[in-house]
Ligand binder design. Structure first.
Ligand code: C5P
Length: 313
């Protein structure tokens, strides 16, 4: 076997987690999903997926500390395994794959860790099996695997519409620094959407009514283009936050504590329970991380935007 073939026996792909800088949730569509208008940013917490030739489809999952891998399924429910099987079916590939996932994105945290696994598995298997899918073909498979999977393929900063799976790049200048506070028990995405529907059905003044169709606030787009964190802070918004706080009222205290400790802004990331704090540069983020850690919280520092799923050495 040549050394080239040996190198091809194993492919490592890195895919990023994400923060929703803006998440407008509209009405439920015919397919049961909510219509979304979102601004995603890929951040420097990564899932690494290594794919090796195998007869069947197997996965092992590793991660430590605040990441919490115990709840990740290692059978056919695993999103990376589903991605690999879907690619094999699509291309007629007859073999299998063994996947090793090293998790750096909090599990069930609202940061798209499972979606990143799926995106990474698609790219890794396509390279390992030499199935030569075009970006458009990979995108179509990604959208079938989950609403956030196409964005994890793309990375950077992007606008997502439809279920969140119709993505187009957004102009963003510079770098934004984030501190992410993770929580022990995750929140299930469907339960947070269901809670938002329940809250919206109640006559309340503090929950925005359904805007049809939702759009990303132009001020969020201007702030991203300016690269100015001070400007982006008041333009961060998440319609799912009220629902996440209703299920997990303690997250409100986390947000208040982070903002009182120097963050420019704090919001629930996606469906939560991870809370994302925007900081005034890397130094301020490190200071906030120390303060939050000293108060007993699990705090990670990340920056964005970073690239989407890609093969690494
Ligand atoms: O596509 P994904 O599997 O990530 O979505 C998980 C769940 O989140 C869906 O089953 C649905 O309950 C909810 N969801 C939604 N509308 C979206 C995206 C997700 O209702 N646009």
């Amino acid at each position: 076997m040549s050394s080239g073939a040996l190198l091809d026996d194993r492919v490592r792909v890195r895919a990023p987690g994400k923060i929703n800088l803006f998440l407008g949730v509209g009405a439920v569509m015919d397919d049961g999903y909510h219509e979304l208008a979102t601004a995603f940013q890929a951040v420097s917490l990564y899932e690494d997926v290594v794919a090796e030739h195998a007869d069947g489809f197997t996965v092992e999952v590793h991660g430590s500390g605040p990441i919490g891998v115990a709840d990740v399924p290692t059978d056919d429910r695993n999103l990376a395994v589903r991605a690999a099987r879907m690619l094999a079916r699509q291309t007629g590939y007859r073999g299998g794959v063994h996947l090793r996932i090293d998790k750096g994105v909090p599990v069930a945290g609202g940061m798209g860790g499972g979606s990143a696994d799926a995106a990474a598995a698609l790219v890794a298997c396509d390279a390992l099996w030499e199935t030569a899918q075009t970006p458009a073909q990979l995108h179509r498979l990604a959208a079938r695997l989950g609403a956030d999977v196409p964005f994890s393929l793309m990375g950077g900063t992007a606008i997502g519409t439809g279920r969140g799976d119709e993505v187009s790049p957004a102009l963003a200048r510079g770098r934004f620094d984030w501190v992410l506070v993770t929580s022990g028990a995750g929140l299930s995405t469907p339960s947070v959407y269901a809670e938002l529907d329940r809250l919206r059905a109640e006559p309340r003044l503090d929950i925005a009514p359904v805007e049809a169709p939702p759009t990303v606030d132009v001020e969020t787009l201007h702030a991203l283009r300016s690269g100015d964190a001070d400007r982006l802070a008041p333009a961060l918004a998440n319609d799912l936050q009220a629902a996440a706080l209703s299920l997990r009222p303690d997250l409100g205290d986390v947000i208040a504590f982070g903002v009182a400790s120097g963050a420019l802004a704090g919001l629930v990331s996606g469906s939560g329970p991870t809370v994302a704090f925007l900081c005034d540069g890397a130094g301020a983020a490190l200071e906030l991380q120390v303060t939050l850690s000293a108060a007993g919280m699990s705090a990670l520092h990340a920056h964005g935007p970073v690239p989407g799923a890609r093969i690494v050495g």
